[in-house]
Ligand binder design. Structure first.
Ligand SMILES: [Zn+2]
Length: 361
């Protein structure tokens, strides 16, 4: 049974303008003839025969076959597979061997170079700008291969009596990796958010004059060489990339809980608990409004306090509604020190009023 494979790669924007030959290739895939100014083109190295992060390697024959399979395949975002999100198409793909360069195990370096196009115009304007600016550059390709074997023993890894070697481990000084061959299908390629692969992004671009520049020479280090040369840097980058997503979520949640906590003393413990972890969990601004509303329910004294703190409440509500407190990208989540002081003043005013009312009756 074929195994599905996903690989990361980097795109190179180039000038975005197709040559006459390229336009002819593109028009093989279109229903009406497109003009050069209607399309935007870029290059992408879909994969190569380097041993990658997953300790997998395509054999050159597989790259050749993949070039055929990928020609005409469309691309979108995050491997969604939604037809309306298909924004680009590969119009040309070829396996290219390099004369001098070798991969990390001493074989001639071969890469699968593809050219893709998308339509210019309002809908793709943002995407084209992002590609030109180098912001959108990571793509991931997915395909299926029938052959997966071990580099040490040559057996398939997943069958009974098959290979028992661990990929990524060395045996008698030889790295164990999986050799991928016999591709059966190429699905699509997608823009994704992935950590940059050290060896990816080696690709052809075009100078403004239209001459092809081969950037291969400038990035002669293989991933293995980079790993050996800059081990700390590679470890740090990998760790940072892996931690970044998790950290962002943790930071956001921590800020939310901290915000609620800073007002928790003004509310019933159950209210704070609910705001933090309950079904109606909310951000700080919403919680502040709830606290003030709970005070309102408590009686006339609270209402008077509310009036006095009307401005603060309005501010909090405005922040809750719009989430656009100046200078705070997090919006409602991140109230200014003044806002917090106002909320606390309102709560104090309430407590004071409430205390006096209790004494009088
Ligand atoms: Zn093996």
């Amino acid at each position: 049974m074929p195994v599905d494979i996903k690989k990361a790669a980097n795109i190179s924007p180039g000038t975005g303008v197709p040559t006459a030959e390229e336009l002819a290739e593109i028009n093989k895939f279109t229903r009406r003839e497109l003009a050069a100014e209607e399309v935007y083109t870029f290059s992408v190295v879909l994969c190569d025969n380097e041993i990658d992060r997953d300790c997998e390697q395509f054999v050159p024959e597989a790259l050749k076959k993949l070039a055929e399979l990928f020609a005409g395949k469309s691309g979108g975002y995050n491997h969604s597979g939604n037809a309306h999100e298909q924004v680009m198409r590969i119009y040309d793909a070829a396996a290219q061997a390099h004369d001098v360069k070798q991969n990390s195990v001493g074989e001639p370096y071969v890469r699968l170079q593809a050219k893709a196009y998308l339509l210019r115009g309002k809908e793709n304007e943002k995407l084209i700008n992002a590609i030109d600016a180098g912001i959108r550059k990571e793509v991931s390709v997915s395909c299926a291969v029938r052959g997966v074997t071990c580099s040490i023993c040559g057996k398939p890894p997943s069958v009974d009596g098959g290979c028992t070697h661990m990929r990524g481990k060395e045996y008698d000084g030889k790295l164990c990796y999986r050799i991928l061959s016999d591709p059966s299908d190429a699905y699509e390629f997608s823009f994704v958010m992935v950590p940059a692969q050290p060896a990816a992004g080696v690709t052809k671009s075009k100078s403004p004059g239209g001459e092809e520049i081969d950037e291969m020479e400038e990035t002669n280090l293989t991933e293995q060489e980079i790993r050996e040369k800059y081990p700390e840097v590679v470890t740090a980058i990998e760790k940072a990339a892996g931690d970044a997503a998790a950290a962002a979520a943790v930071t956001e949640e921590r800020a939310r809980l901290k915000g609620i906590q800073s007002l928790a003393s003004k509310a019933e413990p159950e209210m704070a608990e609910e705001a933090m972890f309950g079904e109606t969990a909310c951000d700080k601004a919403t919680f502040a409004v709830r606290v003030l509303e709970a005070m309102k329910d408590d009686g006339k004294a609270a209402l008077e306090a509310m009036e006095k703190a009307g401005e603060a409440a309005a501010k909090v509500k405005a922040a809750g509604n719009h989430g656009d407190v100046p200078g705070t990208p997090g919006g409602a989540e991140e109230l200014s020190a003044q806002d917090i002081a106002d909320i606390e003043k309102a709560a104090m005013a309430f407590n004071k009023e409430n205390g006096r009312a209790t004494k009088c009756t």
